[in-house]
Design a protein around this ligand. Structure first.
Ligand code: PLP
Length: 389
């Protein structure tokens, strides 16, 4: 069977086998503890749900009127308030989740022969999206010793005359790293000097904990709005992963081009989900605060539990809800081929599901989510420690 080359170049999920095995064990009644969650384990706040129900009952169930003006205004206002910018609603595009925003941006700005720099570890969707646009992802490694924060000199060394974009994600999935202001500003300088787009995925900006401070690259100078493609969404901040609302802010011509692509591929996202997201901006800030506090506490529970894995090196995540320990000592001791084999072994011997680091660009690490109950964090890490002992 002949498939289009672009479909064959996308790497299928490295963890499909693991997921299937975990599902089969669960079906057999095996008590598994999963650290795989990529979403808040809280319900969407009541006021947001009520706004959606009300919208449906009021007939807000058709193609989105006026190009979704109300949500674009709310997004521009919130971004301007938190970033000190002056985006107009015409510089906002609402898409079906931030993932969709990122693919729209890659399709609008990258093409065959272009390169996009990805600080590694990276969210596993970025390289696939870059490839889908015909371009080449170029990873720039940051180690656990660096707290997974890239060295701007390494980024500079990776530049070629084909580099078009840097993709930033602070706070990061999978590491939780929050880049300090000086690194963000040094990256802004590189983008200026090499005339690059900066795709800044700020989806975890509201989940930043004591000791760390979120810095948007927009703060590096007023000129940055001309080269930044700012990605954000409702999924993580408002526990709305299923509603599929993400957005992009950027220069008007880029937003227009992305909107034209989207108009043929999907149209605007679901009408009443947009209305509910306006309600989220207006009335769910207390819930956001409570979720942040809960995650901060769970981070502590996770870091404490990780002490029982004394050969793992676990940088303290400043944000998001993941730890990304370097487990190379265990990989070496047990003779595993890498993080994928270790994850499979842990499923079998510890009855715990973790995500291997390999698809995130670091085969010495595994990812554990702390969007999990305290009890499961403690029991799950204890199982891992016992199995590896
Ligand atoms: C870094 C990062 N960006 C974007 C997304 C996608 O979010 P959405 O649910 O809005 O598509 C995720 C989800 O896991 C993520 O971790």
């Amino acid at each position: 069977m002949r498939l289009a080359t672009r479909a064959t170049q996308v790497t299928p999920s490295a963890t499909i086998g693991l997921t299937k095995k975990a599902a089969a064990l669960r079906a057999e009644g095996v008590d598994l503890i999963a650290f795989t969650a990529g979403e808040p384990n809280f319900d969407t706040p009541e006021a947001i749900k009520a706004a959606a129900i009300q919208a449906i009952q009021a007939g807000d169930t058709k193609y989105v009127p006026k190009g979704g003006a109300a949500l674009k205004e709310a997004i521009a206002a919130w971004t301007n308030r938190t970033r000190g910018t002056s985006y107009a609603p015409a510089q906002v595009l609402v898409s079906c989740g931030a993932k969709h925003s990122i693919s729209n941006a890659a399709l609008a700005l990258l093409e065959e022969g272009d390169e996009a720099i990805l600080p590694a570890p990276y969210w596993l969707t970025y390289p696939e999206t870059v490839k889908l646009a015909g371009a080449t992802p170029v990873a720039v490694d940051a180690s656990p010793a660096q707290g997974f924060v890239p060295d701007p000199d390494d980024i500079r060394a990776a530049l070629t005359d084909r580099t078009r974009m840097i993709i930033l994600n602070s706070p990061s999935n999978p590491t939780g790293a929050v880049y300090p202001a000086e690194v963000i500003h040094a990256i802004a300088d590189i983008a200026r000097e090499a005339d690059l787009w900066v795709l800044t995925d700020e989806i975890y900006d509201e989940l930043v904990y004591e000791g760390s401070e979120f810095v948007s690259i927009l703060s590096a100078g007023e000129d940055m709005v001309e080269r930044c493609i700012v990605i954000n969404g409702a999924s993580k901040t408002y526990a709305m992963t299923g509603w599929r609302i993400g957005w992009t802010l950027g220069p008007a011509p880029v937003i227009k081009a992305m909107g034209a692509l989207q108009s043929h591929l999907t149209s605007d996202p679901t009408s009443f989900c947009q209305t509910a997201t306006v309600a989220a901006f207006e009335g769910a800030q207390e819930e956001v605060k409570a979720m942040r506090a809960a995650f901060q506490r769970r981070r502590g529970v996770m870091m404490e539990a990780m002490r029982s894995l004394d050969k793992a090196v676990t940088p303290l995540p400043g944000g998001a809800f993941y730890v990304f320990p370097d487990v190379s000592a265990y990989i070496h001791d047990k003779g595993f081929s890498g993080s994928l084999e270790m994850a499979e072994w842990l499923l079998e011997h510890a009855k715990v599901v973790v995500v291997p680091g390999e698809p995130f660009g670091n085969d010495s690490c595994i990812r554990l989510s702390f969007a999990v109950s305290d009890e499961n964090i403690e029991r799950g890490v204890e199982r891992i420690a016992q199995a590896l002992a």
